[in-house]
Design a protein around this ligand. Structure first.
Ligand code: ARG
Length: 857
């Protein structure tokens, strides 16, 4: 019973004191009981004296019971103090508002007596407050005040609690409420000290140290009309310290706001465990609900990392755990006056509007409303060209955090260009930014249009978008809602009628891709149901796939299986250095050691960009600096940029053979004609920092290159001097000869070539995303022109393609491990971006052995 009692009482740590009482009481009774039993026996009662047996038995039993009890008690106490009663140190960060005092400059200096006096009052107030809350009072230990700011006065503090394990949840719940110190305090010190809105939040344990250790803690106040700069310790010459806890408290004058910009940002990549992280807060204490952004990784210089505050303070923290070496950041900030109104009344037939401070990140805690009114009898259409309202903790499908509201519908997250239209001449756009996390926001244009004919001479999508009439019923969903592909009558000679009534080009039938959406274009292909189509066209029963036997005869039925084993070598299998071949396709540099000798993961320092982040580039397909560090520009003497090439090692480039054919008296085959620019972004900035210029030692076109058919359109070029890799110069990975780039895979093509057929070249490196087209489709689109060394990549409705001047440049394919592989070399095309005339590329895997033979790479 006692044990049960202890257990029951023990189930709640709060009743610790009672347990002691219980225990000692229980102990008393038993000890007394035992002693009574001994002493109660009258010595002169002979009968009873004779009956000594039972007495000894009682003593013995009592003794045994006593020892059992003692050991249980000891066990319990050990358990209780060591485990059950284990206390957790909990630290909360918070802030409170003092409503009846005014801010003075001395409060900014934590060493001033004024600071100390006020901090003393705040601590007293907190002690008083917490002791009045039953769930907090018993566990409260101490608080510290870290800063003050205006409004009337905001005090930032941390509070420490020592909480029994099983009370943690209750304490968390109690602390998460907002409190007002309402009772008149008994303490003399607190008379006439009005405290409103006390809030506190759980703290990332790693930030706690910062509030006590000042070795990497900085306080900066913006000066009128000036920009203040700061960096991580040692920037840029030495990496920031490992296991650092740094913070920068930024302030501006009362009633102003701050604009903070990171001009250079390179912190260890954001991986899950123990990563390094920079946080920006819209307050002076590191609490999650007031975080503006979390940053890690490497941002290219063009990425807009400007953040606005909602008040005159900001806090930046740097927490590092890794010992990886990264330079850190360089940042600047200045103060500016608060935006008086956000939004407005827009009139006229067209115009643009955007979130505050776009393309900088909009501030937290702001609401804007735009009322757009166009001439009567007209309607309004809003095109959101850029839309980034991404926020962590957003509940999917709800837009419960930051959002834009138009026509009663909320939009949030990241969106490709979209259109919203009105049914009257007026439309209202509301933008809401909550207290935490901000983003780039949106940039939108509005247009008035005639409601009876919204798309003059064009087809009107259900979404309001206008598309060319020729895109209707062409098999491509040009309207994002498919409305251009509904109610079509398919053209029997060039189109296939899907089961779901969509019309698709005949070329797409049996190309291995489900183009109809219901797979009906792939059903009547050469292999019947439940069979597997080998790469050589043979059909085998599905059950023979991945059965460790080469049923196809080309190994393709064993190529994409989950587990890896060795198989007989064919041209479709990857051969390890040891000579054994693997069942797994594309195993090279995928981060998994598949060959027992590890040879599939050797020489893998390739195909990785130095910037882990990419800018959100406005308009077109401009690349970002460093986005394609293997892209090379080849200039011919007196002619400027002529061809592209790809860096595959510190001395070798891969390009197209047709770039080096003598023509019009120019000896393109001679190395001396050429200059290679590496690390180049903008053709007009060839002397920019980071750009390297090289000549060629030799040019080796493929001996089988056919100037008429463009078969074997590949060349390797040796630099006259090796290049050093940098953030903008890095090699791309070469795929093994067994590597496959399946139909439908998206690949990037890049170059400074013409941006239009018959147009002119681009200054900034362009990029385009295109899809691999099935070889038989390719052969039927370009009859009698496609050889096994060629691959069609593009879109059948045109639109994205390489063009004149892109030749020799890379087709970069993202493979398993995020690495980029050289899938192809830009070779030729009929015009550029024409419908049903995709670009043709030299297949690199088919020429992999040749590259190895010529370059050793
Ligand atoms: N032969 C062209 C050049 O020398 C490249 C053409 C690529 N054309 C195309 N439509 N994909 O630059």
């Amino acid at each position: 019973m006692v044990i049960g009692g202890i257990l029951i009482a023990g189930a709640n740590g709060l009743f610790l004191a009672f347990i002691f009482l219980d225990l000692s009481a229980a102990l008393d009774t038993n000890i007394n009981g035992f002693e009574e039993g001994v002493e109660f026996l009258p010595a002169n009662n002979s009968r009873k004296v004779e009956k000594r047996g039972p007495k000894r038995w009682v003593v013995l039993l009592a003794l045994v019971l006593f020892f059992i009890l003692i050991s249980l008690m000891v066990g319990f106490l050990v358990w209780h103090f060591n485990y059950k009663n284990a206390r957790v140190q909990k630290i909360f960060n918070g802030y409170l508002r003092i409503t009846n005092e005014n801010f003075i400059d001395a409060y900014e200096n934590s060493n001033s007596t004024e600071f100390a006096n006020l901090a003393g009052k705040v601590k007293e107030a907190l002690r008083f407050l917490y002791h009045g809350i039953p769930a907090l009072g018993p566990f409260y230990k101490e608080s510290g005040v870290t800063a003050f700011s205006e409004g009337s006065i905001i005090a930032y503090y941390w509070s420490e609690f020592s909480v029994p394990q099983d009370m943690v949840e209750e304490v968390d719940r109690a602390i998460s409420k907002e409190y007002v110190l309402s009772l008149p305090p008994r303490s003399r010190a607190l008379q006439s000290f009005n405290v409103a809105s006390v809030v506190a939040f759980p703290t990332d344990a790693r930030t706690v140290q910062t509030s006590r250790d000042n070795s990497c803690s900085f306080s900066l106040h913006a000066r009128a009309g000036e920009v203040t700069r700061f960096t991580t310790p040692g920037f840029p010459d030495s990496p920031y310290p490992a296991r650092a806890r740094c913070q920068w408290a930024l302030r501006g004058d009362a009633d102003l706001v701050l604009s903070l910009t990171f001009q250079s940002f390179d912190v260890a990549a954001c991986d899950d465990d123990g990563n390094d992280v920079v946080m920006v807060y819209d307050t002076l204490t590191p609490v999650e609900p007031r975080a503006v952004v979390q940053l890690c990784g490497v941002y290219p210089p063009s990425y807009n990392l400007t953040f606005l505050s909602s008040q005159n303070v900001m806090l930046i923290t740097l927490i590092t755990n890794t010992v990886r070496r990264h330079p850190g950041f360089k940042a600047e900030f200045f103060q500016l006056s608060k935006m008086t109104e956000c939004g407005g009344h827009l009139t006229g037939a067209q115009g643009t509007f955007n979130t505050p401070y776009y393309p900088g990140h909009y501030p937290p805690n702001i609401d804007c409303t735009w009322v757009i009114e166009v001439p009567r009898n007209q309607n309004v259409k809003i095109r959101f060209k850029i839309f980034y309202l991404v926020e962590p903790h957003q509940i999917v499908g709800t837009c419960n955090k930051d959002y834009v509201e138009v026509n009663g519908e909320k939009y949030c997250g990241e969106k490709p260009q979209f259109v919203v239209s009105s049914s009257t001449n007026k439309i209202t756009v509301r933008f809401h930014s909550d207290e935490s996390y901000t983003d780039t926001g949106f940039f939108a244009e509005y247009l008035s249009y005639d409601s009876s004919d919204p798309c003059p001479g064009m087809f009107t999508c259900k979404t309001g978008r206008c598309i060319s009439n020729s895109l209707r019923c062409d098999g491509w969903a040009d309207c994002t809602d498919f409305s251009d592909e509904l109610h079509c009558v398919c053209n029997a000679t060039s189109q296939f009628t899907c089961k779901n009534k969509f019309c698709k080009p005949l070329f797409w039938v049996c190309d291995g891709l489900n183009d109809c959406g219901d797979n009906s274009d792939e059903l009547q292909c050469s292999c019947p149901d439940q069979t597997f189509k080998c790469r050589n066209g043979k059909c085998i029963p599905e059950s023979q796939k991945c059965d460790k036997k080469d049923n196809c005869g080309d190994g393709s039925d064993e190529a994409e299986c989950d587990s890896v084993w060795t198989v007989p070598c064919t041209q479709h299998t990857y051969k390890c250095q040891s000579g054994v071949c693997l069942s797994k396709g594309n195993p090279e540099c995928d981060g998994q050691k598949d060959c027992s000798d590890g040879s599939d993961e050797k020489n893998c320092d390739c195909g990785i960009r130095s910037f882990s982040r990419q800018s959100r580039i406005v308009g077109g397909q401009n690349s970002d600096e460093g986005e394609w560090p293997w892209q090379v520009s080849l200039h011919a003497e007196g002619q400027g940029h002529i061809c592209g090439a790809s860096l595959i090692s510190s001395t070798w480039l891969v390009s197209a053979a047709h770039c080096f054919v003598d023509e019009l008296g120019i000896r393109y085959s001679q190395p001396s004609v050429w200059t290679a620019y590496l690390g180049l972004h903008d053709q007009s900035k060839r002397s920019a920092r980071g750009v390297e210029e090289r000549g060629f030692k030799q040019i080796i076109p493929h001996a089988a290159f056919n100037d008429y058919t463009f078969d074997y359109d590949i060349a390797v070029l040796e630099l006259d001097e090796p290049v050093e890799f940098s953030s903008v110069i890095r090699p791309i990975c070469l795929p093994d000869s067994s590597h496959t780039f399946p139909a439908g895979k998206t690949i990037w093509v890049t170059g400074w070539g013409h941006t239009k057929e018959g147009g002119s070249g681009a200054l900034v490196l362009q990029k385009g995303e295109i899809r691999v087209i099935n070889q038989t489709t390719c052969e039927s689109l370009l009859p009698n022109q496609v050889t096994p060394r060629m691959m069609c990549v593009g879109f059948l409705n045109g639109g994205v393609d390489a063009c004149q001047g892109d030749s020799g440049g890379p087709l970069s394919s993202v493979e398993n491990d995020g690495r980029m592989f050289l899938a192809g070399v830009v070779s030729w095309g009929e015009g550029c971006a024409r419908r049903n005339k995709p670009g043709v590329y030299t297949r690199v895997p088919t020429l992999r052995d040749w590259i190895k033979e010529k370059t050793g790479v």
